[in-house]
Design a protein around this ligand. Structure first.
Ligand code: SF4
Ligand code: SF4
Ligand code: SF4
Ligand code: FES
Length: 501
């Protein structure tokens, strides 16, 4: 048995083990990207780098065998910086959008591609589920919203944007027509009691998300029913639509106390663990911490929405309610309070000539139509050109970028790759510009004895993944398509969901 010292800790290592294997056996976490369990290491990414103490050299732990008495560093700031640089170099030769333009521009961060994906397949209930996970009051909000998502929709650069708000409303109105709300699965009760003063967009949004996080929210409204400022500012929204949304928030466990005088926020803290001031515009805005959304000098008292920015749009107020709910949740759990950061995404920017045709490969060419019924909703959602990365939630490159505080543009040369999309395979989408040339798909195809398989073509900087003999992807991955997609650490290979026609 050999022994190796990792970050000052001596651990055993079997004969022929790699440093990565020895570390993992001892419970020491070393990040990997191109490493594929059970296969010979390709060692192309250097994200698993460790530093040899005696020589100061950085080596890939996935491909380096243990030598008895070896001493390595795996957790120092210097090693992290080396890994960060390895990731930043990969990003300099990578092109894509983790999140679609429509989602990035929506202040409330609705996962629009997931909603449209469900609607393309007629799964209205699932679409409504995604919407309610991300948004409070969607049935009202998407009626009154100024729709920045549609202004940013990539399809609009070709003809007209996808009717995103109409599609959201189709899912939500269908849900309402199906009957009274069923109580959504409750998060485990966390026991925090939160007083929310004001029942406009911000207050109701915060109440919804706090209830979903397992807290007891009590909403105080000076008018005789909740939703006061929404009713006043948006008389065109039918009362039954707003009432249905408020019922749903109530069914999640939120209590409403209307038409009673409300104590000043600091006094309310006597009966509650936190207070949110969401009273809307009027008077001098309170001073709050930019990161914590908490009132200066009043721990536990938060403020959000139009009380701070009187001219805020409804979607901004709903987003503020969601953000402050997260801050309150952190406060109630005794954690440092930080407004949730924007999710990490790389950007393609403006498309080059011809690239839009690649995006259009998987979408309907029909003109925009309002989704008045399920058939129209399916047809309209098929106009979406799928701008997001289908692996945004599982991409290792993205996860590691977040963990290491990566700047994806650090080594950008100004010139960018060209975007293309290969859909020759009925089940697989290949986006070459997202490939980090790890070779995992090649190894998996070989392991499955694919007749044609995959290979690297070209040399040096021009090397790229391809099918030998100018073959098609559908011939290269006859049996190993699912495994190859799973082995791909980025969104270069993703699964396509066949559309029923
Ligand atoms: S491959 Fe990963 S990093 Fe690249 S666009 Fe997709 S999610 Fe983002
Ligand atoms: S085409 Fe689809 S994914 Fe792209 S911005 Fe428009 S709605 Fe979003
Ligand atoms: S397509 Fe193949 S070579 Fe490229 S990143 Fe995915 S698994 Fe690696
Ligand atoms: S070089 Fe080890 S994980 Fe990529």
């Amino acid at each position: 048995m050999n022994h190796i010292t990792i970050d000052g800790r001596t651990v055993p290592a079997g004969e022929g083990a790699t440093i990565l294997q020895a570390a993992r056996a001892a419970g020491i976490e070393i990040p990997t990207l191109c490493h594929l369990e059970g296969f010979e290491a390709g060692a192309s990414c250097m994200v698993c780098a460790v530093k040899l103490k005696h020589s100061g050299q950085f080596i890939p732990s996935c491909a380096s065998r243990v030598v008895d008495g070896m001493e390595v560093e795996s957790a120092s700031e210097e090693v992290r910086a080396a890994r960060r640089m390895a990731l930043e170099l990969l990003f300099s030769d990578h092109l894509g959008d983790c999140l679609s333009p429509c989602q990035r521009i929506c202040p409330a961060q609705l996962t629009i591609p997931a909603v449209l994906e469900h609607l393309r397949h007629g799964r209205t209930g699932e679409a409504a589920g995604v919407i309610r996970r991300d948004l409070a009051l969607p049935g009202v909000l998407c009626r009154v919203c100024h729709r920045p998502c549609e202004s940013g929709c990539r399809r609009g650069t070709r003809d007209e944007p996808v009717a995103i708000a109409g599609l959201v409303l189709h899912a939500i109105d269908t849900e309402r027509a199906a009957g009274p709300p069923r109580t959504p699965p409750a998060a485990p009760a966390r026991g925090g009691r939160v007083a929310i003063v004001g029942s406009g967009f911000t207050g109701l949004s915060a109440a919804w998300f706090l209830a979903r996080q397992g807290h007891r929210a009590v909403v105080f409204e000076s008018a005789d029913r909740p939703g006061g400022s929404i009713r006043r500012d948006h008389p065109d929204v039918a009362a039954e639509v707003l009432d249905a949304e408020i019922d749903r928030i109530g069914s999640a466990g939120v209590e409403f106390r209307c038409g009673e005088p409300v104590d000043a926020p600091p006094e309310l803290l006597d009966g509650f663990d936190a207070v949110l001031v969401a009273t809307g515009p009027g008077g001098v805005p309170p001073e709050v911490g930019k990161e914590s959304m908490m009132l200066a000098g009043a721990p536990g008292v938060f403020a959000a929405g139009r009380v701070l920015r009187p001219k805020g749009k409804p979607v901004q107020s709903v987003a503020d309610g969601k953000a402050v709910a997260s801050c309150i949740d952190q406060h109630l759990r005794g954690r440092p309070v930080r407004r949730p950061p924007k999710p990490f995404s790389v950007f393609m920017g403006r498309l080059l000539e011809g690239e839009m045709d690649e995006f259009l490969l998987e979408s309907s060419r029909a003109p925009r139509g309002e989704p008045a019924d399920i058939d129209h909703a399916i047809a309209e959602s098929r106009r979406c050109v799928l701008c997001h990365c289908a692996k945004a939630d599982s991409c290792r490159l993205r996860q590691l970028a977040v963990d290491h505080g990566v700047n994806p543009n650090r080594f950008s040369s100004g010139e960018r790759l060209r975007y293309s999309r290969n859909i020759e395979h009925p089940l697989v989408r290949f986006e070459p510009a997202k490939c980090i040339r790890c070779g995992n798909c090649i190894r998996v195809a070989g392991d499955h004895a694919e007749t044609l398989g995959l290979t690297f073509i070209g040399r040096g900087f021009d090397v790229h993944l391809g099918v030998p003999f100018h073959g098609r992807l559908s011939d290269a991955l006859r049996v190993a398509a699912g495994e190859a997609v799973a082995a791909c650490p980025t969104g270069a290979l993703t699964l396509r969901e066949p559309e029923e026609s």
